[in-house]
Design a protein around this ligand. Structure first.
Ligand code: CTP
Ligand code: ZN
Length: 157
């Protein structure tokens, strides 16, 4: 039996976010707005063995769906994530998250001189995807690059 299945059983209806890079599950929960006050019944599995990645995290949320925006945000912190939609205990849909080509209003530019960081300007931060693996995004205004793991420190949510 898989290590994961010893920890958490199958769910009847909801979503399973699988193949999250080890340690990133908490970031994904933050993106989904899930905190100590949530009413969703959910399970977080962290650091279980994965054939593909060595170790991985998994999140199971009952009776929840994900919208397009949430999927984009998840792709930034967990580009390897697989989304499984569960109904009556069966996986009825399975897909990988996809990185958006344009990322709006989610990342803060690390350059303090960037126009998007000036209080008297209301330029919205916009980043352009330059590479997927390893991840590289570029500020549309000043050209500053954010690479790989740096991305989680630049999230403005
Ligand atoms: N799962 C669940 N509840 C269900 C069905 C599936 O929690 N009723 C979970 C499984 O435990 C697994 C994920 O959803 O973590 C995907 O299920 P499945 O496709 O059956 O597993 P794998 O074939 O191992 O997935 P993959 O090929 O994507 O690695
Ligand atoms: Zn910038």
């Amino acid at each position: 039996m898989h290590d994961e299945k010893l920890l958490v059983s199958k769910i009847r209806k909801g979503i399973v976010i699988d193949h999250i890079p080890a340690g990133r599950a908490l970031k994904v929960l933050k993106i989904l707005g899930i905190n100590g006050y949530t009413n969703y019944r959910l399970a977080i599995v962290m650091n279980v063995p994965s054939r593909k990645f060595g170790r991985k995290d998994i999140i199971k949320i009952e009776n929840r769906i994900l919208d397009a925006r949430e999927l984009e945000l998840i792709s930034l912190v967990a580009p390897t994530a697989t989304i499984n939609v569960i109904d009556e205990y069966r996986v009825v849909e399975k897909y990988r998250v996809r990185l958006p080509n344009i990322i709006k209003g989610v990342l803060r530019c690390p350059n303090p001189m960037c126009i998007t960081n000036k209080r008297d300007e209301d330029a919205e931060a916009i980043f352009v995807l330059r590479r997927s693996a390893p991840l590289v995004v570029e500020c549309k205004y000043c050209g500053t690059l954010i690479k790989g793991d740096e991305i989680e420190h630049s999230l403005s949510i």
